[in-house]
Every structure is written in C-alpha cells, then in structure tokens.
Write a protein that binds this ligand. Structure first.
Ligand SMILES: C[S@@+](CC[C@H](N)C(=O)[O-])C[C@H]1O[C@@H](n2cnc3c(N)ncnc32)[C@H](O)[C@@H]1O
Length: 326
C-alpha cells in the first residue's frame, strides 16, 4: 500500500537524521556497535528510542540488527550514509517549518516572522552533503583554473575555502558572509586550518562590497548555494554587475546553485529537489531555471563558458568570465 510506504518513509527520514546527529551512522560504519545496549549505556542514550531509530532504518535495509544485539550496515547503508545530510537538512533544518506548513499556507499578519529554520542544522547538513556530492566535481573544475587570490561569496562554514586554499600554499583568499554565525564559524575554521595569515573572513553583503585592496586583487570568485538569494531578477542582475566592479581583476566566477527541477514526471523527482523547492516557496524565495540564469548572466555582463553538473540533483557550476567590453 502506498500509504504504508509513505508513512514509514516519514518515520525513517527522522530516524536517519537522528542517527546522523547522534553519531550512530559513523559508529555503525566503523563497526563499533557490537551491542546497542552497551553503545547506549556508554553514550548516555535512551535505549528504547535508539532501538526504534534502528528499527525504522532496518525496515529499509539501511542497517541490520544481528542476533547478538549489535547493529551493522545493511545493503542500503552506503547509499544512505552518503545522503544522510539531506535528511538532516529537511528534518532538523526545516522540521519546525514543515510542522507548521498548514498555518504558513494561510495568509496571516506576521507570516514571515512565523517562519523558522534551524541555521545550525542547515549548515551542518550542507557540510556533509557538500563533502559527498560537491567536493570532487568542484575540484575537477578548479584543476582547469589558474588563480592567485580567491573569494568565496556566502562562504558559510568556510570549509570549502579552507580545503581549496589548504592545498595551494601560494594562494590568498577572502570569505564573505552576511550571517554573523557563519562568519564566526568560518573564522574558526580558517584559524584551525592554520590559514589565517593568508585568508580573511568578512561580514557583509557579498554582492554589495565596499572597495578594498584585497578585493582588487581577486582573480577567482566562487559562490555556492546562495545565488537564488539574489533574486528577484532585476536585483540579481544588479548584484552580478556590482561584483565585476568590486572585484575588477576577476577572470573567473564559478557560480554553483540548485535550480528549479522542471521534471517531466513527478516520478522522476530526485532526492532533495522537492524539499528545496517547497521550503523556498514557503520563504517566498523564487528558484530560477538554468535558462533564466543564463539570461541573467548575459544581462549582467558575464559570459557562460561552460556548465558542470555536481552530485546534488539539479545543481551545476556555471563557469563565467567577464564579457568583453562591459
Ligand atoms: C546555503 S548556505 C551555503 C554556504 C556555503 N557556500 C556552502 O556551500 O556550504 C548560503 C550562505 O550564503 C550566505 N548569504 C546569502 N546571501 C548572502 C549575501 N548577499 N551576502 C553574503 N552572504 C550571503 C548565507 O548567510 C549562508 O551562509
């Protein structure tokens, strides 16, 4: 029955998010759960709850409970291990919003004030699915790119900046984010990576930056998963035009975002996309299609030299260069 399966999927989604947050996924992967009872005792966890978390995942063969009371990977473990961040993103990042979906579907006086999302879990989950689905394709794109000063716009946790610059000792960098929380985390990430002598982290609107000597030298800009925040269209065009002025030496702009999934049939809908579009619709955030993006690049004076899919559904890196004569 479709209802049985749907209902159990909702339960399993919460269980996957919780197992990730509790460290249970990592423990099962390392073969450290020979006894669930001992695991819960050692970690001060509530055994009846954790047992049901395991059971909800066992239904989908993500984990297997063995006869000795241990938990080990099931047939679907590796696949779900890689995508566990998406579940955390939906359940823990947007869980409150989803539980209030019917209220938020009604027009009400302080609708915007009633919208809640948990930025901590959105950042944590983004790091995880970024590690599994973005790093490798992005590194491939970067291997074709020469640069000496890089800027990460909307740098979030700063993990990508630290990873890219950690491998390139002669490159300097700057990360910009408008969220004080993100800037705090990114500053710490850069410091821990020992990069604070050549990477700066700034608080501010990345597409409305004041003139600055470091920005004048930036030859590579990248921006991940914040492009849609720049819409509506006119605002987005103006923001991308301003970027060329605040980074006058820029040669390459790698813009990566998730776009609208105009799938032919709902059964073709991959993981993440429907949740991404639903949550952004609630927040009143328009999600453009690739064709809409290409029109914006052109109007803002950027030439799209290539498009490179990454592992996140309906997401690509657009390789942009300043259009000559603009
Ligand atoms: C979805 S997160 C992505 C973070 C990071 N780029 C990553 O890939 O993990 C989007 C980030 O962009 C930041 N952001 C959105 N609009 C911004 C703007 N106009 N200027 C600076 N930061 C912005 C948010 O604060 C958030 O940290």
């Amino acid at each position: 029955m479709v209802s049985d399966r749907l209902f159990n999927s909702v339960v399993a989604g919460s269980a996957i998010a919780a197992a990730f947050d509790l460290g249970l996924f990592a423990a099962v992967k390392q073969g450290e759960v020979a006894s669930l009872e001992a695991y819960c005792r050692d970690g001060s966890l509530h055994l009846p709850t954790v047992r049901q978390i395991v059971r909800a995942m066992a239904v989908e063969d993500i984990v297997v409970e063995d006869s000795a009371g241990g938990v080990r990977p099931g047939t679907n473990f590796d696949e779900v291990y890689a995508s566990k961040g998406y579940f955390m993103w939906l359940v823990q990042g947007y869980g409150t919003m989803l539980s209030q979906l019917s209220s938020l579907a009604r027009s009400m006086p302080d609708r915007e004030g009633a919208i809640e999302r948990d930025d901590h879990y959105v950042a944590l989950s983004g790091e995880d699915y970024g590690r599994h689905f973005v790093d490798e394709p992005f590194n491939r794109v970067l291997s074709d790119c020469e640069f000496s000063v890089a800027a990460d716009l909307g740098c979030g946790s700063g993990r990508r900046l630290a990873a890219v610059l950690g491998d390139r000792p002669s490159v300097r960098g700057v990360g910009v984010d408008r969220s004080p929380d993100a800037v705090g985390i990114a500053t710490e990430t850069i410091k821990t990576a020992g990069l604070d002598d050549r990477v700066q982290v700034r608080l501010g609107d990345a597409f409305n930056l004041d003139p600055d000597p470091v920005l004048e030298e930036v030859d590579l800009v990248w921006s991940f998963f914040m492009g849609h925040d720049l819409w509506p269209r006119e605002r987005c065009v103006a923001s991308l035009e301003r970027l060329r002025k605040s980074c006058p030496s820029v040669k390459t702009f790698l813009m990566c975002d998730t776009y609208r999934a105009d799938v032919a049939s709902m059964s073709d809908m991959p993981i993440f996309s429907m949740g991404f579009e639903l949550t952004h619709a609630v927040m009143g955030q328009y999600i453009p299609s690739p064709a809409e993006w290409e029109g914006v690049f052109e109007d803002a004076g950027w030439r799209c030299e290539g498009r490179y899919p990454i592992g996140i559904p309906n997401s690509e890196v657009f390789w942009l260069t300043p259009a000559p004569g603009r």
